[in-house]
Design a protein around this ligand. Structure first.
Ligand code: ZN
Length: 74
């Protein structure tokens, strides 16, 4: 069985349905965690929250264009 993941931000357990993102990042110069490894797991709701809190949206609204229901052209 795979190890159970918990969202770092809200602490909720994540399953396949609610899994958002997993990031492994080595913190660099300028960070107070310089040299440490960050393993960040976020659930979908926290990912939504993060995306919505960004000044420049990280969400590409057109990425799913190909799979969406027909768009009518005028
Ligand atoms: Zn969360």
């Amino acid at each position: 069985m795979a190890k159970k993941l918990f969202c770092n931000k809200c602490g909720k357990p994540m399953d396949d349905q609610s899994f958002g993102v997993s990031i492994i990042h080595y913190m660099g110069y300028g960070s107070k965690h310089d040299g440490d490894c960050m393993e960040l797991d976020l659930c979908v709701s926290c990912l939504d929250e993060l995306a919505d809190s960004c000044v420049i949206s990280p969400v590409d609204l057109h990425a799913m264009d190909g799979v969406q229901v027909e768009v009518s052209h005028v």
